[in-house]
Every structure is written in structure tokens, then in C-alpha cells.
Design a protein around this ligand. Structure first.
Ligand code: BV8
Length: 228
């Protein structure tokens, strides 16, 4: 029997929109008048830590009042049942994929529910407000920051992602505008490696031209339809 195809799935803020979490570049994309590019940088953290912590504390707190939607559930079901290699690479920092039951998952831009020590690199679970000067549980330095990949920082697990893209037979992009690199370039890498490329999005994204197929609609409808 032909081995089951290897699948790489990239998700962005659009998959969590119907769960009630704001996207970045849609009409509700500003936060207190800030664009994500202005609060999501090492410089902003150094210059105005209170604003950056307020931005991430608010988004971390919002997780308590949202739940996975049918798109997260459909991907978790596929992950559980798919006999071939499958990797969900999410740009999202929420925990909705995990709460839906996804296992073969990685967060390339970090996670709201994790804190990173800028002094020793240790990580620890974090659920409440963080604020400035929090001490690291490992080294004691008052150097905890959100475990988030800021603009200008290297996304996590890029080696693992590149290997998965090189071996992919199918690349599916869900709920992302294709505005941020290197994630926005994954479709080209996958296509160059010979994968079939499919976009599931509310509207065609900036990179739609690179996909063999684009299906337009809300993720809670187009993702279960595609999985089934
Ligand atoms: C790096 C943190 C190098 C977490 C984020 C010029 C050209 C190319 C690149 C660059 C450039 N200038 C600068 C760069 C690099 C930069 C970049 O790409 N900038 C952009 C703005 C041009 N990239 C970086 O800096 C990256 N790092 O390059 O490092 C390096 C090399 C060596 C050593 C060191 C460093 C780091 C990028 C990561 C930044 N962090 N977030 C957080 O706060 O959440 S990015 C941020 O944007 C989020 O992670 C988010 O996920 C990501 C992408 O946004 P989307 O998820 O796509 O969300 P968006 O709102 O944009 O779109 C939503 C989509 O959903 C829309 O299409 C909408 O139609 C759709 N939708 C809405 N509702 C629904 C829906 N779809 C379906 N159903 C619905 N209901």
C-alpha cells in the first residue's frame, strides 16, 4: 500500500478568530492603537516594558474565556487519525490547538502560557499577569519576559520545520495573511519540494498565487470540510 502522504499544516490568527481571539491585520487588528509590529519587538520591551507586558498579559488573560472551534477540532482529529507524518506549525501563541487535542504541533512564534528568562534561557509555565522584574525560577534573575518571538528574533524550531517542508507531500495554510516571514515563505519551500499546496482562508492571502488551490470561507466551515 502506498505510504500515507506527509502533511505540513501552517496556521495563523484566522483559525482562532471564530473562537473570539482578535487577528492582527483585520479591522480589529489594532490593540490600544498599537500595531503588533510596534509592541512585538525587543526594542519595545526595552523601551516601554509596561506596554509590552500589558499587551501580552491581556492576551494571556483572554485565553480563559475562549475555546477551540470546529477548525481546531478537525485538525486534532486528523492529527490523531493520520497514519503518515503530520506536523501542525502554528504562528499562534494561544493554546487552542492543544486544548482541541492536537499533539504533533509546534509554536514557531512562542506561547502566551510560557515565560522565558532573558538571562539564562530557562522556560516556565506562566498563567497570570507577568509585569516587569519577575524572578526566574531557575537562576533567580529578575529577567522573565513573554516567551514570544518578537520581530527581528529567530522563530523557534526552524530546522524541524525546514525538514518537514522538504519531506511534505501536502502543505496546507489556514487563516494567515502571508504578511510575516519566514512563515509566509513556507508555501514556496513546500511547492519547490514537490508538495501540493492548499490555502484555506477567509479571503485569498498575499501569497495566494503560490498555492495550487485556495478555498475561501470561515475556518470553522472550510477546515472540517477539507479534513473530511
Ligand atoms: C526573522 C509574535 C530573522 C506572537 C509575531 C521584509 C521582507 C521580509 C521579511 C522582513 C522584512 N522586514 C522585516 C522582515 C522580517 C519580519 C517580517 O516578516 N516582517 C513583516 C512585517 C514584513 N520577520 C521577523 O522578524 C521574524 N524573524 O525574520 O528573524 C533572523 C535571522 C537570524 C537571526 C535572528 C533573526 C519573526 C516574525 C515573528 C514576529 N512575531 N508574533 C504574537 O504576538 O502573537 S508575528 C504575528 O504575525 C503573529 O505571530 C501572527 O501569527 C503573524 C502572522 O499574522 P497572521 O497569523 O497571518 O494574522 P493576520 O491578522 O495577519 O491574518 C489573519 C488571516 O486570517 C487573514 O488572512 C484573514 O483573512 C484570515 N481570517 C480572519 N478570520 C478568519 C480568517 N480565516 C479563516 N477563518 C476566519 N474566521
Amino acid at each position: 500500500m502506498q505510504d500515507a502522504p506527509n502533511i505540513v499544516i501552517l496556521t495563523g490568527a484566522g483559525i482562532s478568530a471564530e473562537s473570539g481571539l482578535a487577528t492582527f491585520r483585520g479591522p480589529d487588528g489594532l490593540w490600544e492603537g498599537h500595531r503588533v509590529e510596534s509592541v512585538c519587538t525587543p526594542e519595545a520591551l526595552a523601551r516601554d516594558p509596561a506596554t509590552v507586558h500589558r499587551f501580552y498579559d491581556a492576551r494571556r488573560a483572554a485565553l480563559a474565556s475562549v475555546a477551540p472551534n470546529a477548525a481546531h477540532d478537525a485538525l486534532a482529529r486528523l492529527d490523531a487519525e493520520w497514519p503518515g507524518d503530520l506536523l501542525i506549525v502554528t504562528q499562534n501563541v494561544d493554546d487552542l490547538h492543544e486544548r482541541a487535542g492536537a499533539r504533533r504541533l509546534l509554536h514557531m512564534h512562542g506561547e502566551l502560557l510560557s515565560a522565558l528568562c532573558a538571562a539564562c534561557g530557562a522556560r516556565q509555565d506562566w498563567h497570570g499577569p507577568m509585569g516587569e522584574g519577575r524572578a526566574c525560577a531557575a537562576c533567580g534573575a529578575p529577567a522573565l519576559r513573554p516567551d514570544i518571538v518578537f520581530f527581528g528574533e529567530m522563530p523557534y524550531a526552524m530546522d524541524r520545520i525546514e525538514r518537514a517542508l522538504a519531506a511534505a507531500d501536502l502543505f496546507v495554510s489556514i487563516g494567515t495573511s502571508g504578511a510575516v516571514y519566514p512563515a509566509a515563505g513556507f508555501v514556496q519551500t513546500a511547492r519547490y519540494a514537490g508538495a501540493r499546496t492548499v490555502e484555506l482562508n477567509l479571503e485569498p492571502s498575499a501569497g495566494s498565487g503560490f498555492f495550487h488551490e485556495t478555498r475561501v470561507g470561515p475556518a470553522s466551515e472550510v477546515v472540517p470540510a477539507w479534513v473530511n
